[in-house]
Ligand binder design. Structure first.
Ligand code: HEM
Length: 448
């Protein structure tokens, strides 16, 4: 009945017989799969009514241009409530700070500035690979996290500022994982529904009070020596919100990049011909694998384009399930008019499976990135893992560099035996890159 009565210029709307809760239950169980099923049943543009809100999905290329460039859509209004729920930054402070902090991060992590981080990150990665020893067995996702997390945090926040030593890290990791796991639900619903998440948020915010005090105490006067966190604190209006923004920056810098580092390694290790090519490239730049602690600079990374293509291809296949804008004036997409107030959702994950832009879309094919003009910092057409337009992810070049560097050092040092089948990606989350659905154990040993 609902479908017969709907205005023909509105997209089909999926709801359930439970008012307010709407389609949240079916949707919440496996949102990525739900989107695909809804698309094949209702067409490329459809609305899901859930938790009292209308989420309108645009799953084909027609809506992409409008999504990134239309003045009738607003990024800040789409994410403000989520930021308030996630790190308790009130609306007024969010709108006051957003533009300045975004420009600062974009500038500090621009391609021409990456060399500032590469040397430190390389040293940090070596240091945090050392505890793995010369051989062992473990879940690859855990191994990646134990190396990448402290190395990246020490690089962006400053050494000794966040807990990263072996003794302190366990408790921190437990709380951060709990926080990250439910971040998506927590950003959409009141905190009282998520007791464990709320506990982890309080613990992390308390910890960040100390982190921020230490960062302020050691804040140098000359710009070149400041960490990214110190730049953030210098630019922040409302100094009491330092811990809240510090936690937000930590989450943004870890939540997407770490799973992608896992997937990049997993894809390389599970395709023998690709692994062989990667190892040949490493040998041609550094000599026989495993010998020394190699030093890798920005210039060296440029000599390893294939590993950069592997990183980008892993990002393409495991990109965020959805990104959001708020409709502030009614907007026309295809033959539909989307009303003001809707949350407009674009799915990089599904757009990256369009065979028109990515032939054999499900196949891991690093060579397709040959066509991209990466020297000019351009991605392939229709690649939107980092968003687009003026709100594109400010950490994107840093993310690609850190993953490429990690893969170089890890594969140069260790060889692997895969003990489990490659896990599928989890359909559970919509915001952010996908986690593996099952453990993926590997045996590793220093290259001879
Ligand atoms: C593979 C890794 C990453 C992916 C796929 C990714 C993706 C994204 C996406 C899709 C957005 C939202 C853009 C939009 O809605 O239009 C975003 C925003 C953001 N990302 Fe990333 N990101 C990654 C890594 C990073 C890293 C390493 C950092 C920091 C070091 C970072 C910092 C941020 C920040 C601060 C924002 C918010 C921008 C704003 O408020 O305007 N990201 N990212």
């Amino acid at each position: 009945v609902l479908f017969q009565l709907r205005n023909p210029s509105s997209p089909p709307c999926i709801r359930s017989w439970i008012p307010w809760f709407g389609a949240a239950f079916q949707f919440g169980k496996a949102p990525l799969e739900f989107i695909e099923q809804a698309r094949s049943k209702h067409g490329p543009v459809f609305t899901i009514f859930a938790l009292g809100k209308r989420f309108t999905f645009v799953t084909e290329e027609e809506g992409t241009e409008a999504f990134f460039n239309s003045k009738d859509l607003n990024f800040e209004q789409a994410v403000q409530q989520a930021v308030e729920n996630a790190v308790s930054v009130p609306a007024e402070a969010f709108y006051q700070n957003h533009g300045t902090l975004y420009s600062m991060m974009k500038g500090k992590m621009s391609p021409s500035n990456l060399h500032v981080f590469t040397g430190t990150l390389c040293k940090e990665l070596h240091e945090h690979m050392a505890p793995l020893g010369t051989e062992g067995t473990g879940d690859l996702n855990d191994l990646v996290r134990h190396v990448m997390y402290p190395a990246v945090v020490n690089t962006l926040f400053g050494k000794g500022i966040c807990p990263t030593s072996q003794s302190e890290i366990k408790e921190f990791e437990e709380y951060f994982q709990m926080y990250d796991e439910d971040f998506e639900y927590a950003s959409q619903m009141p905190e009282c529904f998520l007791r464990n998440w709320s506990k982890s948020k309080k613990w992390l915010l308390k910890l960040f009070e100390k982190v921020v005090l230490d960062a302020e105490r050691t804040n140098p006067s000359e710009t070149a020596s400041k960490t990214l966190l110190q730049h953030l604190l210098d630019n922040l209006q409302g100094k009491h919100l330092g811990p809240n923004y510090g936690l937000l920056m930590l989450w943004a810098s870890q939540a997407n990049a770490l799973p992608i580092a896992f997937w990049t390694l997993t894809f390389i290790l599970s395709y023998p011909s690709i692994y062989e090519k990667v190892m040949e490239d490493l040998a041609s730049v550094f000599g026989k694998a495993g010998k020394d602690e190699i030093e890798v600079s920005e210039e060296t990374l440029k000599k390893l384009p294939f590993i950069k293509w592997c990183t980008l291809e892993a990002i393409r296949l495991r990109s965020p399930g959805a990104i959001t804008k708020k409709v502030i004036n009614p907007i026309k997409i295809q033959n539909f008019t989307i009303p003001a107030g809707d949350m407009l959702m674009l799915s990089p994950y599904w757009l990256h499976r369009n065979p028109k832009y990515f032939p054999d879309p499900e196949v891991f094919k690093p060579d397709r990135w040959k066509e991209a003009n990466l020297e000019k910092n351009a991605f392939l057409d229709s690649f939107v893992a980092f968003g687009g337009g003026k709100h594109q992810c400010p950490g994107r070049w840093f993310a690609i560099m850190e993953i490429q560097l990690f893969v170089v050092l890890f594969l140069y040092k260790y060889e692997f035996v895969l003990l489990d089948a490659v896990p599928k990606e989890s359909p559970l989350h919509l915001v952010g890159t996908q986690q593996p659905m099952a453990p993926f154990r590997v045996q590793y040993k220093c290259q001879e």
